[in-house]
Design a binder for this molecule. Sequence first.
Ligand code: HEC
Length: 250
Amino acid sequence: MNKYQRETLPVPLPSKLKKELLLGAPPFWLVSGVVIAVLLSLVPLSLLLRARVTTSEHPRMHLIQDMGVQPSFGPQAASPVFADGRAMRPPPPGTVAVGQLREDDHYYRGFVWERDEEGRLRQRFFNELPDQVVVDSAFMERGRERYNIFCATCHGMDGHGDGLVTQRAMEIGGIGWIRRDLLGPTYDRENYTDGEMFNVITHGIRSMGPYGSQISVEDRWAIVAYLRALQRSQRTGIEDLEPGELEQLR
Ligand code: HEC
């Protein structure tokens, strides 16, 4: 046997093997770094999951703005694009806002435009309340309330024209201020139509200002009805009494 044959493989003892193979434990910073990285990698996922089950009051995030941010004109801005230099475009003539057609001349205006024999446009005033209004005690009460709020300052609570404003205007000799006795015969229904009265409330007349923007259409008719009642209250005679009532008075 030569010396090679005698040689045996160095089979290490298990304990020695373990020692030889034992690699050094990873350092603490590496372990904690990996743990933190793994935990952080879960954050986006958990945010996504959270977003799926919760609601938000904010609009969605819009990372790519595309048309979200673009030049635009503000209100009342100038623009060279249009001949009149305005960026805001007026509505085309004849445009009517939804629900604002106001086709019914009688109800909304109290008159219609008509051509007379010579072809001139003239207002023809209606001399009755429009069908839409229902005259009952609530309507008259409303008319009285509105009259006292809007008209009595000048025309007086009773309509004879001695409101505080008129009194003062007469006192200081207000130029062009004319005291009108709305209960006088001039403004009776035979001489002055319901439609005219409605129109005067809407647009005013000469030195009286318009009240159309403050008093609704329905309320304007209520005031007209109340004024008629006031006029009537001034001119009741014995002939207006029922036979029974006359007896009672006697
Ligand atoms: C700020 C004072 C003032 C108020 C408020 C006022 N008026 Fe007059 N009104 C006048 C004056 C002034 C005249 C006379 C105008 C003129 O002829 O120059 C007048 C005239 C009138 C006439 C007659 C118009 C004509 O054709 O001769 C009527 C009808 C009338 N008013 C109704 C009303 C009614 C209804 C109200 C309430 C909605 C009202 N006025 C509120 C000052 C007022």
